[in-house]
Design a binder for this molecule. Structure first.
Ligand code: XMP
Length: 506
């Protein structure tokens, strides 16, 4: 495998994804918490960083633990750091370089640059530049404005590159990474979903033996794939619980429960709608809603888990980005919303935790799901927040408001599906606002709710843009909603991007 040391760059995760796309396994660690080098580690990549080696407090590591032992590739800051520590000089660039540049010279068709071509676009994003290098280092490529665009240490397989091969704007970035990972480090490209499943199922069998495992299904991709993997390992000893919190989409509980049963899962559907509605009564504050829902979920789950005799394990669908975030250089990012189920269930459950997806990125989870033959209707689903429709009903939640919003959402989503737009959108939903406005229906004045439609494109939900849905489509959906849903007389479309807005309204 490849180790990626994170110095805080926004692109670190991308490096990992690119390496995985080469079917090579890799792991990210913060630079200040590096595991010991084992035989399994075939190479190390240093990421970029928002810091400068010229700062007294710059992030640094003991290079001798890697250099000469395994091949090393420093990207941007990583390259500057190694050059600096070896006696080179790093200065502020006279021009800050952001964006496209072209390789104008490849001085040495070294293994790293094999098959790279003159004129190839490379993506630059740096404020510092490597000005002088010591004799121990040779320059292997340049651009017009950056002499040391790529270098190699003469005595060992240590490379530095000023540009970012991991971003798609770097034409031959993938070739460069392949050269490093496959040809220089000697990694075998055998990290596939089939291989992952085989190894994980074997590990799970070893780890769990004949114990019983409980897992909370949500209808989403992660928990479903986690369930199918564990199911493959231990069969009926996996007890799945799917809770109807009364905040799901229209008919979702029934249809999803049905697909789970078809998949052969041992799943119990628990109707706890009223417990959730009772706990939410009168609460308007979004964070209090989340807390109430989280609390009731744990209560329900705990009640159910206690009914499984002698259960030893709790399975969770945690995926790699959650893990990276919880141990990142910057620490868990500041809480804007008390998101997600990170933090898990409280100690009193006293269960050991098993997380079979914790090394996978989202697209890899989907791939594994596909290989496990999980239905496309589950794998292709948009993300849906744990607190469900509660955070799309502004002000307090009542069963009546849920029923209105379910109808609106259903019309929106089924039209997206019908017109083939569903897969172009990353996430979509409707928001029931507490605003009432005047309308006219027939000869009658109405005074009813305004609903907002929200559809976004995104890669990972961290940033998002509003989807440019066709006007005709919006017109049809709006008509259908106003004609069919009692209690709604006005539809608006949310055209805010994230940031500065967020995807959900609460
Ligand atoms: P925001 O609104 O922060 O949402 O732009 C980003 C993504 O996170 C989802 N989301 C949540 N998911 N519990 C969840 O499990 C939550 O409390 C929660 N709040 C937002 C949101 O749907 C989007 O996919």
């Amino acid at each position: 495998k490849i180790l990626i040391l994170d110095f805080g760059s926004q692109y670190t995760q991308l490096i990992a994804r690119r390496v995985r796309e080469l079917n090579v396994y890799c792991e990210i660690y913060p630079y200040n918490n590096v595991p010991e080098l084992t035989d399994e580690v075939k190479g190390v990549i240093f990421s970029g960083s928002p810091c400068s080696v010229r700062d007294a407090e710059h992030p640094s590591i003991d290079l001798s633990q890697f250099q000469g032992k395994v091949p090393v590739l420093g990207v941007c800051y990583g390259a500057q750091l190694m050059a600096f520590e070896s006696g080179g000089e790093v200065t502020p660039s006279t021009i800050r370089e952001y964006g496209r540049a072209r390789l104008t010279e490849i001085h040495n068709s070294d293994r790293l640059l094999k098959e790279l071509t003159i004129g190839s676009v490379v993506w630059m994003s740096h404020g510092d530049t490597i000005y002088e290098i010591p004799d121990s280092i040779e320059v292997i490529a340049s651009t017009d404005s950056v002499r040391v665009a790529a270098y190699k240490f003469r005595d060992h397989e240590t490379y530095g590159i000023q540009f970012h091969p991991e971003v798609t704007h770097s034409d031959e970035g993938k070739t460069l990474l392949r050269n490093f990972v496959v040809h220089i480090c000697g990694c075998v490209q055998d990290w596939t979903s089939e291989q992952f499943i085989e190894a994980t199922v074997a590990d799970l069998q070893q780890q769990i033996g004949n114990d019983k495992v409980v897992l909370g299904l949500s209808g989403g991709v992660d928990s479903s794939v986690a369930a199918m993997l564990i199911h493959q390992a231990i069969g009926k000893n996996l007890y799945c619980i799917f809770v109807d919190n009364g905040l799901l989409r229209k008919d979702e509980f029934e249809t999803v429960l049905d697909s789970y049963k078809h998949m052969g899962l041992n799943v119990k559907g628990v109707d706890s709608k009223n417990r959730f509605y009772d706990a939410l009564a009168g609460i308007s504050d979004p964070e209090l809603k989340r807390k109430a829902i989280g609390r009731v979920f744990i209560e329900v789950f705990d009640d159910e888990a206690h009914q499984i005799e002698d259960v030893k394990w709790l399975a969770q669908g945690t995926i790699y980005p959650d893990v990276i975030e919880s141990m990142s250089v910057k620490g868990p990012s500041a809480t804007i919303k008390s998101h997600h189920n990170v933090g898990g269930l409280p100690d009193f459950m006293k269960l050991k935790v098993v997380e079979p997806l914790k090394t996978l990125f989202k697209d890899e989870v989907r791939l594994v799901g596909k290989t496990l033959k999980i239905d496309d209707t589950i794998l292709g689903r948009h993300p849906f927040p744990g607190p469900g429709l509660a955070i799309r009903i502004l002000s307090d939640v009542t069963p009546q408001k849920v029923a209105i919003l379910q109808q609106v959402d259903h019309i929106f989503i089924s039209n997206l599906k019908k017109t083939g737009l569903y897969d172009e959108v990353w996430q979509a939903g409707a928001i029931l606002t507490p605003v009432q406005s005047v309308g006219v229906m027939g000869d009658e004045r109405t005074y009813e709710h305004v609903v907002a439609l929200r559809a976004v494109t995104s890669i990972d939900g961290m940033t998002a843009d509003w989807s440019r849905l066709p006007y005709e489509f919006l017109a049809d959906v709006s008509n259908e909603i106003i004609n069919k849903v009692k209690g709604v007389n006005r539809v608006v479309y949310d055209i805010s991007s994230k940031p500065p807005a967020t995807i959900e309204w609460e």
